[in-house]
Design a protein around this ligand. Sequence first.
Ligand code: SAH
Length: 395
Amino acid sequence: MIDVVLKKGKEKAVLHKHPWVFSGAIDKVQGKPANGEIIRLLSSQSAFLAYGFYNDQSRVAVRLLEWEESIAVDAEWFRQKVRTAVAGRAHILADGDTDTCRLIFSESDYLPGLIVDKYAGHLAVQVLTSGMQNAMPVIIEELNALLSPLSIFDKSDATSRAHEGLETTNALLAGTEPPELVMVKENGITYGINIAEGQKSGFYCDQRYNRKLLASYAKGKKVLDCFSYTGGFTLNSLREGAASVTSVDSSALAIETLTENIRLNGFEASAHNAIKSDVNAQLRKFREEGEKFDIIVLDPPKYAPSRSALDRASRAYKDLNRLGMQLLNSGGLLATYSCSGAMDMETFKQVLAWAALDAGKQVQFIYQFHQPEDHPVRASFPEGEYLKGLLCRVW
Ligand code: SAH
């Protein structure tokens, strides 16, 4: 096995079990490891630190797997991690109301670069590192042995793979081609999921509990669901008896699937209005028309892909939330989210305080939303925390 030696003074994060080693922290590589090969990471004093995947194409040159020298990172090691992660999701799926969730969440489940989402009997995987790419035959075998899925579909994200020098894939890895719409259940609501064409791996299961909680306020209310995608917040609100729901998204496929989802659940189509539009433009239009709502959901895509983009993203979040606040009836609720890992909860609260000032409103934070248990945050890897939200009472 090839040794990779750290520069003096660069050991601390590794000793604290952070799973990333940046290329700048490496002093020398004793040999020529292939990308994705497992190496031994040594301190500047040549002491063993950990085993990890090596990749000289990536800014994160080593992704650490195992800190105990006597434990081999072999096929059984990967199988064990897969089994543990899958077992950890059992009770999400236990009550029969939900058959979709994230089974494996990359570094947070000790498998850097592997994401596995379960959509009823089908699995969608994202393989984002070259090391994980090498481990895939074993991973697929183990997933097949544990779950006997109807299909395992590779839905890897192009940008992340490019960082590792990997080609883009979108292909069937096992089983038979999934249908165009895979039917799943979440919180007892049916969704059709388009794995191949949909965003990410097809669905945003990280909002499962937040949808349910928000909908518990929706009875008899006039709801606006912005960035609705295939209707997570919309459908939960309709089920809980919202007087009306308006959903806005710029994606035609999202709106089409949402409309189909309303039909699948037998919800009253007359209580619903779908608008394919840019959210900012639509909110301005509502303001001009004097339209008001009782509850507004703002669940935008990631505005800050990195820390350096945070200032600009903060302004975008502020403008969006100011518009949202202005469209609420007095005492109405704003459920607002940020899935930018670079923006922490404290910064997000500050952004909302600015938005409230600009909007001329008073705001109470009445609940803090987080990512659910199938998107765990590993104590040594705070980067795994990305989704946060606030339920605001706006006066
Ligand atoms: N709330 C959704 C997930 C939102 S994901 C759910 O519960 O499933 C973000 C969504 O924002 C995507 O559907 C994307 O199509 C949409 N989107 C991105 N930019 C947009 C814009 N400027 N205007 C409207 N929708 C946009």
